[in-house]
Design a protein around this ligand. Structure first.
Ligand code: G6P
Length: 610
């Protein structure tokens, strides 16, 4: 949610910043801007994408130090005025900011009372004005003024500040919003995540909450905002450049859909051994017994990750016999949930930065629960706040609509459920081994399911102009119905609802007529006969049925208008396979409707505001 990039070194900063902003556009693309220092400090900004900024201001702006931003609007509508960077009133400082300053209106009023005026509607301009005010009144260094300001603001931030008076200095700080510093040779790269940095250096420092970094005269120093010096922990990145490029695909989303045989395999690598009947998750060690002895498990997540959590709920219930609840993080954190010390909380998050999920686990942790993170981004805030956890290892996901992260989450969650079930003795040895062996076949089955692409594209062509869609499933395929509907609405802007197939009779059935496409996820499982009846009910009302069925199903093909046959697997693992045609369906419909698949309107990949 908002991408920030900054550079200081010997190279020209502008091309590095622009390329970095393009890599971060998945975080927001309402407007873009840069500030470059070349004698004087100049800001260039524009509503729209990074490419709109480049078209407006050109390819060549000189300067070896600069900051850049791509915005997902929170305070103030997306326009040139509200785009970042924002100048301080005297024009000597500029700031880029990701996050929300919650007490900005109080600060703004105080500053207005002192005679300041504002050009934008943003909390960010208030922030930089506040810094200038502190500096003027206290006659202190810029570093001190920033630190004092950071102690007064409430909310979340990742910021970078550039100053006309200090041509070799950048000041950065974070709280609740990520910030990574890449260490090059006499140069530094700052960004919201490592993707803009990886092609220049693999040595990075992830700034911790309430830390402030000062890069000055080619040196990095880090202090807490309470002014205690800290030693930056240098990590080595293991992201390959090709993992963040499209690799010949038209869109990141399509690339990521087709990467799933590999990403699911990567999620399992070294962790599952069906031959000897073992699941080993290196990240769950010290707190293993907390998990085995849990009185209750609570899963918190948002969006697609919530759908993965719903599948996990069914798996934990079936295999581990532990009471379990899945919660929307945003609801959970503001209720008064009963959390006890024997509770285990799983936080599922691709980015590991989702503000609501982060706050939910902070709250649960403070009440004594043990937290396990299931995150994709290594070193992310949720993974660091968790007691332990397991990374999904799906590789960077750039398309805003989550695809490979979902199947990787399902893979990891099924491994955890099986590991717990085996330890607790709530699953028979033969069923345990059978499921492990089946899990190992999933990458090949996804590969098979991907071969359905031409057929799914054909079906997409038939339904691309529909105004509504209904997605129905039962049991393990109910979360898949939710996920299929979410994918379609996210990227094609067609209204779609996911529903439990039987629950349809209590409302959505009223919507069904000859115009309404109804996608059934109706693979052969314990509720197969029931869902066949539900398909009949829709057909009796002239609905147009697209059914995802198990290979070889010759019953539903006689009733449905279109059937898509996916490889057969165990009921509990079916979501890993049955979701594939739904991802492809939404992708093709969105492309046919001319939508921007990788950057759908109003959405952001990583929601770091609540
Ligand atoms: C945003 C993204 C979704 C994602 C959700 C949760 O809404 O657009 O694709 O599922 O956030 O994100 P997380 O990173 O916590 O999985």
């Amino acid at each position: 949610m908002c991408g920030i990039v900054a550079y200081v070194g010997n190279k020209q900063a502008y091309p590095i910043i622009i390329k970095g902003l393009k890599r971060l556009e998945y975080r927001g693309y309402d407007s873009a801007g840069v500030a470059l220092l070349n004698g004087s400090l100049n800001v260039y900004k524009k509503q729209g994408k990074v490419s709109d900024l480049v078209s407006a201001v050109g390819e060549n702006i000189e300067g070896t130090i600069g900051i850049g931003h791509t915005r997902w609007a929170t305070h103030g509508e997306p326009n040139d005025r509200n785009a970042h960077p924002h100048f301080s009133p005297n024009g000597k400082l500029a700031i880029i900011h990701n996050g929300i300053i919650e007490n900005y209106s109080v600060l703004k009023q105080e500053l207005i009372n002192k005679g300041y005026s504002f050009k934008s509607d943003t909390d960010t301009e208030v922030f930089i004005t506040f810094i200038e005010d502190i500096r003027t009144n206290n006659d202190c260094s810029l570093e001190t003024a920033v630190r004092l300001a950071l102690n007064k603001v409430v909310g979340a931030y990742a910021i970078v500040i550039i100053s006309e008076d200090h041509p070799d200095m950048l000041i950065a700080a974070r709280k609740g919003s990520p910030l990574v510093i890449g260490l090059g040779k006499n140069e530094f790269f700052l960004a919201s995540d490592a993707t803009p940095i990886v092609e220049y250096t693999n040595e990075v420092v992830y700034l911790n909450d309430e830390e402030m970094a000062v890069i000055k005269g080619g040196k990095l120093s880090v202090r807490t905002i309470t002014d205690v010096e800290t030693t930056p922990y240098i990590q080595t990145l293991d992201i390959e450049l090709e993992a963040i490029e499209k690799g010949g695909y038209e869109h990141f989303m399509l690339k990521e859909i087709f990467e799933q045989p590999r990403s699911v395999k990567d999620s399992m690598r070294g962790r599952v051994n069906a031959d000897i009947g073992r699941v080993v998750l290196g990240g769950i060690r010290e707190y293993k017994n907390k998990l085995f002895d849990a009185d209750r498990i609570i899963i918190v997540a948002c969006g697609t990750s919530w759908h993965a959590g719903l599948v996990a709920e069914y798996m934990f219930e079936e295999f581990c016999r532990i009471p379990i609840e899945i919660e929307y993080a945003s609801e959970f954190r503001y209720r008064k949930p009963v959390i006890n010390e024997g509770d285990v909380v799983f936080a599922i998050s691709q980015s590991g930065e989702t503000a609501d999920t982060l706050a939910a686990i902070e709250m649960a942790k403070s009440k004594g629960a043990t937290i396990f993170g299931v995150c994709n981004v290594v070193g992310s805030s949720i993974s660091r706040l968790s007691h332990e956890g397991a990374y999904t290892h799906a590789g960077p996901e750039i398309g805003v609509a989550s695809t490979k992260a979902f199947t990787a989450q399902l893979t990891v969650l099924s491994m955890i459920a099986l590991m717990v079930a085996e330890q607790k003795g709530t699953i028979s040895e033969s069923r345990f081994r059978e499921l492990l062996a089946e899990l190992e076949t999933i990458p090949a089955k996804i590969e098979e399911a991907l071969k359905l692409n031409p057929q799914v594209k054909y079906i997409a062509g038939i339904f691309k102009n529909a105004r509504n869609f209904l997605y129905l499933g039962r049991g393990y395929n109910f979360p898949v119905a939710l996920e299929g509907a979410l994918k379609l609405k996210e990227i094609s802007y067609i209204h779609a609802e996911g529903y439990p197939a039987a629950e349809m009779k209590h409302g959505p059935i009223a919507l069904i007529d000859e115009e309404m496409p109804v996608v059934f996820i109706a693979t052969k499982d314990s509720s197969y006969d029931k869902i066949v009846s539900n398909i009949q009910e829709v057909k009796a009302r002239k609905g147009r049925v697209i059914a995802v069925v198990s290979e070889g199903d010759d019953l539903i093909s006689k009733i449905a208008d279109y059937t898509i046959e996916v490889p057969v697997t165990d009921e509990a693992l079916m979501p890993l396979v049955s979701v594939i045609p739904l991802q492809l369906l939404s992708y093709h419909i969105a492309v046919m409707r001319g939508c921007n698949v990788d950057q759908p309107r109003n959405l952001a990949k990583s929601v770091t505001v609540e």
